[in-house]
Design a binder for this molecule. Structure first.
Ligand code: APR
Length: 314
C-alpha cells in the first residue's frame, strides 16, 4: 500500500488557526488545509505559510479554502472558527455567537471527515466541546477540547520564571474547566523531579496559580484587540501531533467523562492518554479533599455553562 501522508485541517484561519497551521506545517505533521468563511483570509495565509517553508525548509502542502471538500478524509480537524474574546466580553458572552458557528462547522466535518479526531478550541471551550460532540455524534475517543495543555503551559512558564529554571524541567497538571474554573494541582507539579511544594512557599504558589487561572484575561487586557494565539496554537499542535504520530502522550484535555472522577455526560479537563485513535484512556488518580472540592466546584461551573445552552435553546 502506498504511504499516505497524514492530513490536518484547521477550521478558522484567524490568529489561532493560522498560527496553528504554520506550526503544524513547520513540524511536518502532514498536509495542512486551512479553511475560513473568508476565502481571501484562508488562501492568503496558506500561501504565506507555504512560502515560509521555502526559507525554513519544510515541505508539506498548505492549502487555503472555503470548501469542506478540500478537507475530506482528514485525520485530525481543529475547530478555531468563531469570535475571539474581546475586552468587556466574557467567555460566557460568546456562548450564543460561537455555539452557532461551531455547530455549523461540525455538521460539515461530519460529512467530509467522518473518521477524524476533532479538537475544539473555540471558546467558551467547555460548552463548545459539548455542542461539537452533539453535532458530530462521534465516539468520545474522537472529540476533545484544547484547554489543559494551555492552562498548564501558563502555570509552568510562571513557575519556571519564578525559580529561574528551564521550563523543560517543570511538569504540571491542571484539571477542570478552562481558564477561570481550571484547577491547578500544585501537589502534582514537579521541578526537576522535586515537588514544587518543597521549593516555593504556599502563598507564592497560590499567586502563580491565580496568574495562570487568569492568564487568558491578562493577555486580552494587554492586546486590547483580541486574545492569545501563540500558546494556544502550540498547545493544539502538541495534541494533534500526539494523535497523528500515535505518541501515547498523557496531556490534560477536555474529554467526555463517563463516570471517571464521579462525573458523567460533561466535557471536563482531565489527564488523557492520546494516541492514534484519539483519546485512548482517561487517566484517573486520587484527589485529596481540597483538590476534590476545587474539582467539584469547577465541574459545577461547566455544568452551569451547559445548562445555559439549553436555557438559550442552543
Ligand atoms: N466558518 C469558518 N470560519 C469562520 C466561521 C465559520 N462559520 N465563523 C468565523 N470564522 C472565522 C473568521 O472569519 C476568522 O478568520 O474564524 C476566524 C476566527 O479568527 P479570529 O477572529 O482571529 O479569532 P482567534 O483569535 O483565532 O480565536 C479563535 O479560538 O482561542 C479561541 O477564544 C478564541 O474562540 C476563539 C477562537
Amino acid at each position: 500500500m502506498p504511504f499516505r501522508r497524514k492530513k490536518i485541517s484547521i477550521i478558522g484561519a484567524g490568529q489561532v488557526g493560522a498560527t496553528c497551521a504554520l506550526m503544524a506545517a513547520s513540524r511536518d505533521m502532514g498536509d495542512v488545509v486551512l479553511l475560513d468563511r473568508d476565502a481571501g483570509t484562508a488562501k492568503g495565509k496558506a500561501l504565506d505559510i507555504l512560502q515560509a517553508g521555502a526559507v525554513q525548509l519544510f515541505d508539506g502542502t498548505v492549502r487555503g479554502t472555503i470548501d469542506y471538500a478540500d478537507t475530506a478524509g482528514s485525520d485530525v480537524v481543529v475547530v478555531t472558527a468563531g469570535s475571539p474574546r474581546r475586552p468587556g466580553l466574557t467567555r460566557d458572552d460568546l456562548l450564543a455567537i460561537n455555539a452557532g458557528v461551531v455547530a455549523s462547522c461540525c455538521r460539515e466535518i461530519k460529512r467530509s471527515s467522518p473518521e477524524a479526531v476533532v479538537i475544539i478550541v473555540t471558546n467558551p471551550l467547555d460548552a463548545m466541546t459539548f455542542i461539537a460532540s452533539r453535532e458530530l455524534g462521534f465516539p468520545r475517543q474522537r472529540v476533545l477540547g484544547m484547554a489543559g495543555v494551555l492552562d498548564s503551559a501558563r502555570f509552568r512558564s510562571f513557575v519556571a520564571e519564578e525559580l529561574q529554571v528551564s521550563v523543560r524541567d517543570v511538569q504540571a497538571l491542571v484539571l477542570g474547566g478552562h481558564g477561570g474554573s481550571m484547577v491547578p494541582m500544585p501537589r502534582h507539579c514537579f521541578v526537576g523531579g522535586v515537588p514544587l511544594t518543597q521549593l516555593l512557599a504556599p502563598e507564592r504558589i497560590q499567586a502563580l496559580v491565580e496568574r495562570a487561572r487568569l492568564g487568558g484575561d491578562e493577555i486580552v487586557g494587554l492586546l486590547a484587540t483580541g486574545s492569545a494565539y501563540y500558546a494556544p496554537a502550540a498547545s493544539i499542535v502538541q495534541m494533534a501531533e500526539a494523535v497523528l504520530r500515535n505518541q501515547r502522550r498523557i496531556l490534560p484535555c477536555a474529554a467526555l467523562l463517563e463516570g471517571e472522577y464521579g462525573v458523567s455526560g460533561l466535557f471536563v479537563g482531565v489527564p488523557c492518554l492520546l494516541g492514534g485513535g484519539g483519546l485512548e484512556k482517561v487517566c484517573e488518580f486520587e484527589l485529596d479533599a481540597t483538590e476534590r472540592a476545587a474539582f467539584e466546584h469547577s465541574v459545577a461551573r461547566v455544568r452551569a455553562l451547559v445548562d445555559d445552552l439549553s436555557r438559550l435553546g442552543l
